[in-house]
Design a protein around this ligand. Structure first.
Ligand SMILES: [Fe+2]
Length: 102
């Protein structure tokens, strides 16, 4: 299973829902460009395991999308953790993804 793709698809689906607090635009104009830069930086820094970083890039503002802007770093961390657990993503890597919220 490609976890990065699963997370990307999850974020895309949430952005497409009528309940998305910011509509679909952030998917194309915020999440996708963020991931592009994450990938570029990870390559420049020669990061071996880019996976947690790419996941973080896709899911970092999911709290804003699903629950609104206030406390979105807290709601985002909760949503990201729950989704990654559902996908059986390893706990030690979930910790890495969640570091972006702290
Ligand atoms: Fe953001």
């Amino acid at each position: 299973m490609d976890v990065v793709k699963e997370i990307r698809d999850f974020v895309e689906a949430e952005c497409k829902k009528p309940t998305s607090k910011y509509g679909f635009e952030p998917f194309e104009f915020h999440f996708a460009p963020t991931v592009k830069y994450v990938e570029k930086l990870a390559d420049e820094l020669k990061i071996k395991d880019k996976e947690p970083l790419l996941i973080a890039g896709w899911i970092h503002d999911i709290g804003s999308i699903m629950r609104g802007r206030s406390d979105h770093h807290i709601t985002g961390a909760e949503i990201a953790e729950a989704k990654l657990k559902e996908l059986n993503y390893p706990e030690e890597k979930i910790v890495l993804v969640k570091k972006m919220y702290s």
